[in-house]
Design a protein around this ligand. Structure first.
Ligand code: DQA
Length: 144
């Protein structure tokens, strides 16, 4: 069974409460329970969330050599963090960059990602379903 971790960055602990008109009304824990049901027996899906850049990097290091894939929503660090981009380049597991919103329809500051070039692929704009699409992409990858 493939081992996948979803890593969520800053402010994503407030999904369901935070700007629901952009991010929807569902708590991530509830969505994760749905994912676990969907992939029961097909993938082992772990979850980590932190608002702290260094802790996200630590988690990438911890999981990046023995997991089959990483789904990363780095939140606003997407647009700023060379350190997270370097961490992605330092590990062997494929990383899929995920965004709930379509960042390209939003403010120009969200159009640039520091991490995209280090990732295997990018999925944005499908609401919470972006995470499932990323899991599907990892499961379909030969190396994952
Ligand atoms: C986000 C988009 C980012 O621009 C923003 O800072 C977030 C969430 C998304 O999932 O749409 O925190 O990554």
């Amino acid at each position: 069974m493939k081992k996948i971790i979803i890593i969520n960055g800053p402010n994503l602990n407030l999904l369901g409460v935070r700007e629901p008109e952009i991010y929807g009304g569902q708590r991530f824990e509830d969505y994760l329970a749905e994912l676990h049901r969907m992939y029961d027996g097909a993938a082992q899906i772990e979850y980590f969330q932190s608002n702290v850049e260094g802790l996200i990097i630590d988690e990438l290091h911890r999981t990046g050599f023995d997991h089959d894939g990483i789904v990363l929503n780095a939140g606003a660090y997407t647009h700023t963090s060379l350190a997270i981009a370097d961490a992605i380049r330092s590990i062997t597991a494929p990383v899929i960059e995920v965004h709930i919103s379509n960042v390209h329809r939003r403010e120009p500051v969200r159009h640039h990602s520091m991490i995209s070039a280090a990732c295997a692929g990018v999925i944005a704009g499908f609401g919470m379903d972006s995470y499932r699409l990323a899991v599907e992409a990892l499961l379909a990858m030969k190396s994952a």
